[in-house]
Design a protein around this ligand. Sequence first.
Ligand code: SF4
Length: 321
Amino acid sequence: MPHSLKLLPWYLENKRVLPWRKNRDPYPIWISEIMLQQTTVKAVIPYFNNFMERFPSVQDLAKAPESEVLEKWTGLGYYSRARNIHKAAKALASMSQFPNSYLELQELPGLGPYTSRAISSQAFGEQVGVVDGNVIRVYSRLNNDFELWWNRAAQIKIQTWANKQVHGVNPSDMNQALMELGSTVCTPKSPQCFLCPLQKECLAFKNKTQKELPIKKPKKEFQTWSWQALIYIKNKKIFLTRDHEAPFLKKQYCLPGQSKRLKDKPLKFDFKHSITCYKIFGSSRKVNSAPKAKGIWVLPTDVSKHAPFSLIQKTLQSLEL
Ligand code: SF4
């Protein structure tokens, strides 16, 4: 029996009311999908509402300066995603219509296999399955599949399975139903199998292997770094530069300073912060001399427009700036 027979009625009855589910407009679907790659639905809602209020259409986003887009992204992290959204909006603004297939959507900056399929199936009804972490978990458990899901062959197998699930049904609803089941019932640590509409078909439930699946992907090793930021102040303005060696803010505006990879956590530091695989132990001090690097001088209130990173905010806060 296809899973859709039980899963779709469950989804239509239980789906959460979310601001990007109001209609099938590809723009809010796209923005929400990118934001959801980095945090939970609950955390994304205020960022999404704020972003859409400032940039209500693709044209508004395309016309805005990059610094303002980054500012609205502050707190979400992964700023390259915000930059790609802005680049893609500029490309879209020059097109006569929003691309409506996942193959065309994948041509836009920042849109990968998952996002392009999520947009095309939800906004345009393309018959393609989507595969995110929730779908991988549901797939692995339903099929009691202990394969290393991150390998290429397994990814193709899961994509083929997801495509089969949307066959002959509404692909938008079915894709969202699988993801909703994964995020609300078939959760990573405590799957609520007693609430699951697919319990009878689930091989992991039958074999009591739910908590072993999916197989855990080996974690990327964390690196420990010290970062000593120098705060140059002139005429009440703060100096920012792209001319720095800090690997965690590559090519971005940042406070000047020194960074160094460490074996262990240092004994002394003013604040700590994590960016992707970097654990950063920071300290900062004000400097009166002139900076040697090239850069820009900005008012403290404008720092987040050029360097919208929590690390910079924490650094300035540590000196009460
Ligand atoms: Fe997940 Fe349990 Fe449902 Fe199986 S029965 S799909 S493990 S929630």
